[in-house]
Ligand binder design. Structure first.
Ligand code: GCO
Ligand code: MN
Ligand code: MN
Ligand code: MN
Length: 387
């Protein structure tokens, strides 16, 4: 019942299951698997597709022949194992050339190289069939505030995104861009730290229609924010083109834990939101196995992400069908219809006058109990599986 199926649209980045478990205090604990093997194994587990950074597949600095050979082999694997390729992105953070950022670096040669590398990576994504292209800020930020003018940094980011949108249009690619906010790490402060900052930025671009969001669970938790509310705002604005699912313990360093391993209640409401609102993009897991794991643990991790999503999805159905819970919700939301039209039909002089003349029973309104304790307990019992 919870077994992942292609229709569930679960995707993983090559970098997620291939995470070597390196951290600032310790070296790699797992050796890399070949992209072809990853495609095969994820397909067997029930995933729908894979995503990648250019250099997850083609090593930095590879020759044109080497690139073409690798891409051909990878395309064959996608077709052999019936795997989709929805999203691609650029690695603009690993090589030391990017230590001061890419599109916002103070060094114009680095900014130019970042555009060149991204155009090549967009070509790669298009060749593999990606319709979504992701921009995560990586090292686009500062450690010292003295190092950059923060207004100029925003202008530089806008220049790059506008340039690349026009490139994709020029090439005739069927591609939308997604911007992925993160507050810090690897820099101590990243530009465009939250969903809200990124959403505001999109409307200042030359092609706001082709640009949406790729919010990540852990990144909003790192700012102490409610991820469900951020995603709701993206959905309401028609800007949720993609999503990075994982988990996180509190506002600390970025942990990228298995989906649903920590914030069970909030992530239940996330899945309920995505499913109730008919989100039809990929459910992408940007997470990795604990550093303690070997290869078997990596596949346990991947299977667990998908299984937990499907359990939440099933629980959301139970929640929506629970008679007691739904009756209570209806009662809570019913209220007095007297002012109904005045609260939905918008402004008119007549409506304004009616509202000015209306009498309110202030004491009664102030005394009302909202029954949220009862409601929340029912919700918790659905999540805990006893209803
Ligand atoms: C992170 C980011 C990345 C991006 C990925 C795709 O915190 O490391 O989430 O994993 O999602 O680089 O752009
Ligand atoms: Mn992350
Ligand atoms: Mn991410
Ligand atoms: Mn990540």
């Amino acid at each position: 019942q919870y077994k992942p199926k292609k229709e569930d649209k679960f995707t993983f980045g090559l970098w997620t299951v291939n995470n070597p478990g390196r951290d600032p205090f310790g070296d790699a604990v797992r050796s890399p698997m070949s992209p072809v093997k990853i495609v095969q194994k994820l397909s067997e587990l029930g995933a729908y597709g894979v995503n990648l950074h250019d250099n997850d597949l083609v090593p930095f600095g590879a020759s044109a022949q080497e690139r073409d050979r690798i891409v051909k082999e990878f395309k064959q694997a996608l077709s052999d194992y019936d795997m989709a390729f929805p999203m691609a992105t650029t690695n603009l953070f690993f090589h030391p050339i990017f230590k001061d950022g890419a599109f916002t670096s103070v060094n114009p040669e680095v900014r130019a190289f970042a555009l060149k590398k991204t155009m090549a990576s967009i070509d790669l994504g298009a060749e593999l069939g990606a319709t979504i292209y992701d921009f995560w800020g990586g090292r686009e930020g500062v450690d010292s505030e003295a190092s950059k003018d923060p207004v100029v940094a925003i202008e530089r980011m806008r220049y790059a995104i506008n340039f690349l949108c026009q490139y994709a249009i020029d090439k005739g690619y069927n591609m939308r861009f997604v911007l992925e906010p993160k507050p810090n790490e690897p820099r101590s402060d990243t530009y465009f730290p939250t969903i809200g900052h990124m959403l505001g930025f999109i409307y200042t671009l030359d092609h706001p229609d082709m640009v949406g969001l790729n919010p990540e669970v852990a990144h909003e938790y790192m700012s102490g924010l409610n991820f469900v509310h951020g995603v709701a705002q993206a959905i309401e604005a028609g800007k949720l083109f993609h999503i990075d699912l994982n988990d996180q313990k509190g506002p600390r360093y970025d942990q990228d834990f298995r989906f649903g391993s920590e914030n069970i209640k909030n992530l239940f409401f996330l899945v309920k939101l995505l499913e109730d609102r008919g989100y039809d993009g990929p459910r992408h897991f940007d997470a990795h196995a604990y550093r303690t794991e070997d290869e078997e643990g990596v596949w346990d991790f991947a299977a667990g992400c998908m299984r937990t999503y499907n359990i939440f999805k099933e629980k959301a159905k139970l929640y929506n069908a629970d008679p007691e819970l739904q009756a209570l919700l209806q009662e809570i939301n019913a209220g007095d219809q007297t002012y109904g039209g005045l609260l939905t039909n918008g402004y008119s002089t007549e409506a304004a006058n009616k509202l000015k003349e209306a009498e309110f029973d202030i004491d009664a309104l102030a005394k009302r109990g909202y029954k949220y304790e009862k409601l929340d307990q029912l919700a918790v019992e659905v999540i805990l599986g006893i209803r």
